[in-house]
Write a protein that binds this ligand. Structure first.
Ligand code: ADP
Ligand code: MG
Length: 258
């Protein structure tokens, strides 16, 4: 794993609401190296999406530093790919045109890259299909391919598999790991599923709510491919579960999907 890529330092974020100030993030410090796969886990409302949006440059109204490749993040850009829970595709464009977006498929370089990505996300045969003809998992693979086309320095994924059934979800986790192993794109992946967090990550960042803060960062030193049923996997899973139990509010444990 390479150099430092993302530096988040003393990040604080508050929202002004009718009911007063909501302190969404409190003193977040997080350094991520090039090529790392980071998962962020925590109950709903603990600031996971807020953190991801700030890193993406979609929200610049905060205190603290966010640097990508040594440069302050001041807005969104193609160096930061973002994947939402619901795939946001153009319904009137085919799969390949959705991936190319505003680049022309007549450009041989674009064509070659799109073909490559279609293979990587396992959508061969669906190049000319429209979003309505795809399953949820396939549509999400199109969004991932579209984000990767621009060679982002980092891919930010906000509960990307949250709407998928368990089998599709498990398959998508494997596809994403294949992509990561082929491209080594740095990943920050938000989830509230502990198995998913452990299965994918080099490190799991555990957030706690009110205000959103880092509770712990758990390294996952298991070789790939991982087996969710293995003893070593279960040990790490329990360690994380334990962190949630320490929050000792049943409602939070429940909302973490435990
Ligand atoms: P998570 O993604 O972990 O569920 P969010 O980042 O969406 O959490 O939200 C963190 C906190 O900030 C919550 O208390 C939420 O209500 C609040 N919040 C998020 N977005 C806004 C907003 N645009 N305006 C006001 N409050 C917000
Ligand atoms: Mg969220």
């Amino acid at each position: 794993m390479g150099n430092l890529l993302l530096e988040v330092g003393r990040l604080n974020k508050a929202f002004e609401t009718k009911k007063g100030l909501v302190h969404a993030l409190h003193d977040i410090n997080l350094d991520i190296k090039e090529g790392e796969f980071i998962t962020v886990i925590g109950p709903s409302g603990c600031g996971k999406s807020t953190l991801l949006k700030i890193v993406a440059g979609l929200d610049t109204d905060h205190n603290g530093n966010v640097r990508l490749g040594g440069e302050e993040v001041t807005g969104p850009g193609i160096d930061k790919g973002f994947i939402f829970q619901e795939p946001r595709l153009f319904p009137w464009l085919t799969v390949e045109k959705n991936i190319a977006a505003d680049l022309s498929l007549k450009d041989p370089q674009v064509r070659a890259k799109v073909d490559n990505l279609i293979e990587l996300v396992k959508l061969q045969g669906f190049e000319k299909s429209y979003p309505r003809e795809l399953s949820g998992g396939m549509a999400q693979r199109v969004s991932i391919a579209r984000a990767l086309l621009r060679n982002p320095k980092i891919l930010l994924l906000d509960e990307p598999f949250g709407a998928l059934d368990a089998f599709t979800r498990a398959h998508m986790q494997e596809v994403l790991l294949d992509i990561w192993q082929a491209n080594r794109t740095t990943m920050v992946f938000v989830t509230h599923d502990i198995d998913e967090a452990v299965f994918l990550a080099n490190r799991v960042v555990i957030l706690k709510p009110r205000p959103g803060a880092i509770r712990n960062i758990v390294p996952v030193d298991l070789p790939f491919p991982r087996k969710k049923s293995s003893t070593s996997f279960q040990e790490i899973r329990y360690k994380i579960l334990n962190e949630f139990e320490k929050l000792d509010e049943l409602e939070l444990v429940e909302s973490a999907g435990i």
